[in-house]
Design a protein around this ligand. Structure first.
Ligand code: NAP
Length: 324
């Protein structure tokens, strides 16, 4: 097992990488069309490999295929347990989807999450976005009630600004808990959390940052720099969301060149260097949750837990990305 990190100020300890599972939406729901369908057997192989090789937690959400991703996780974990293939229970992070919904839907939907995941408790339950019809106070109150009922253990948020995150932490502290994490988009090509106060406030309050889209949906693996024609196969939504286009590939060449240079120096892949920067450049407060649709991607990504870039190398990558 790789060295574990404390999740916020909680009693949960997690690996620097978790497995992102939005990919397992099999084109279900509005949110599922982003990714090609992944076969159940491939999902099984990826989860099994990840949990046996240093990852101890999985990130999912209600909205990923309207429960499809949670369902895959539940079925896979049951199968792995039957096969005695797990040394320890993994931790599970899921999310309530608040768009145009009131806080009253938090207790109404939790039992479906638990049923799909086939667990009695979700370790980290996150408010997916700051978009509920209810006040943050009402949402936090509903989340705390779930914790008191042992349906969830810890509470996190996602896509929250620094101000919203600080408020969520305060509201939790008034109720005897703390905010465990804020899950935001963060990678070498998207460093907003460094500039909008999220990282700074999280550091001050001891809140963990969970970096989503850590590979900028494939761009930071170098695969589109090496084969720009592969862009044609990517969904339109993904192209828009991650600026996957020829212009970006051209603009980001200096970063790709440095990532490639380091990958040759360490004998690892470009993806591993990108992830390594993410989980080390801010000490241990940033975790990353790369998604994988193929076993070899998961195998490769986990390899980043085996080495650490030097401070000078981390700083050089930051400086290059700042100049793009
Ligand atoms: N909270 C939120 O609002 C939010 C938003 C987005 C994501 N998330 C979470 O974060 C996770 C990760 O984010 P993401 O899926 O958007 O982006 P990502 O992890 O940056 O990119 C994942 C994609 O990159 C490609 N990839 C991964 N490893 C690779 C490797 N070693 N070599 C080549 N290609 C590789 C794969 O593309 P192909 O499938 O095309 O091969 C994979 O599907 C999600 O699964 C989800 O759990 C949360």
């Amino acid at each position: 097992m790789s060295k574990l990190r404390r999740l916020g100020q909680t009693d949960l300890y997690v690996s620097a990488l978790g497995l992102g599972t939005w990919q397992y939406s099999t084109n279900e729901g509005k949110n599922g069309t982003m990714w090609e369908s992944v076969e159940a057997e491939t999902i099984y192989d990826i989860i099994k490999f990840s949990l046996q090789n240093g990852i101890n937690w999985l990130d999912t959400a209600e909205i990923y295929g309207n429960g499809t991703s949670e369902n895959f996780i539940g079925n896979t974990l049951q199968r792995l347990k039957k096969e005695a293939a797990l040394l320890r229970e993994p931790l599970i992070a899921s999310k309530w989807f608040p768009l145009a919904r009131a806080a009253s839907s938090i207790p109404k939907t939790i039992d479906t999450r638990l049923k799909y995941l086939q667990v009695p408790t979700i370790d980290l339950y996150q408010i997916h976005q700051p978009t509920s019809r209810s006040s943050l106070d009402k949402q936090i109150e509903a989340m705390v009630k779930l914790a008191e009922a042992n349906k969830i253990k810890q509470i996190g948020v996602s896509n929250f600004t620094a101000k919203q995150m600080i408020k969520a932490d305060l509201l939790l502290k008034e109720r005897g808990m703390t905010l465990a994490s804020n899950q935001v988009k963060y990678n070498l090509l998207h460093k907003k959390p460094e500039k909008n106060g999220v990282l700074e406030a999280a550091k001050e309050l001891g809140i963990t940052i969970i970096a989503y889209s850590p590979l900028q949906q494939g761009l930071l693996t170098g695969r589109f720099h090496e084969q720009p024609e592969a862009l044609a196969k990517i969904s339109r939504l993904r192209k828009i969301q991650s600026h996957l286009n020829q212009k970006t590939i051209k603009r980001t060449q200096p970063l790709y060149a440095e990532l490639k240079k380091l990958s040759l120096e360490y004998g690892v892949s470009v993806a591993q260097i990108s992830l390594n920067w993410l989980i080390h450049s801010q000490g241990s407060m940033v975790l990353a949750i790369p998604g994988a649709s193929k076993l070899k991607q998961a195998q490769e990504n986990i390899g980043t837990l085996e080495f650490t870039l030097s401070n000078a190398q981390l700083k050089k990558l930051s400086a290059i990305s700042d100049c793009l």
